[in-house]
Design a protein around this ligand. Structure first.
Ligand code: ZN
Length: 111
């Protein structure tokens, strides 16, 4: 049940630009989605009603605890990368990026 793809449609979605979080039914449909998609990136959920940037699904763990941290990708690691200038992303964006990279690696393992 937890992997039901419909959950993404009914959840919360965060604007990539202004970081506001919206319900799915608050988002505007976008008309030029194909031109705005990043190759290999997360498929956006819709358009921010305020600034018209793209919005992406918020993972429940992010929504619950803004100041928390991912078990797998601790804040200490993120701070280390920030200190080294390896990333200028916010913590949860960084975690999301790490998860995507990990998923890509799993795929290329061919297990
Ligand atoms: Zn916005």
């Amino acid at each position: 049940m937890s992997s039901d793809p419909k959950l993404a449609d009914s959840g919360r979605h965060r604007c990539d630009n202004c970081s506001k979080v919206w319900d799915a039914d608050e988002l505007k449909d976008f008309c030029d989605i194909m031109q705005r998609l990043d190759p290999g990136g997360t498929v956006p959920s819709g358009e921010c009603p305020e600034c018209h940037a793209l919005c992406y699904p918020v993972e429940p763990e992010e929504e619950k605890d803004v100041w928390g941290e991912s078990e797998k990708y601790p804040r200490a690691d993120w701070k280390y990368e920030v200190a080294n200038g390896d990333t200028n992303q916010g913590y949860w964006d960084w975690v999301r990026n790490k998860k995507m990279l990990a998923a890509d690696e799993e795929k290329s393992d061919g297990s």
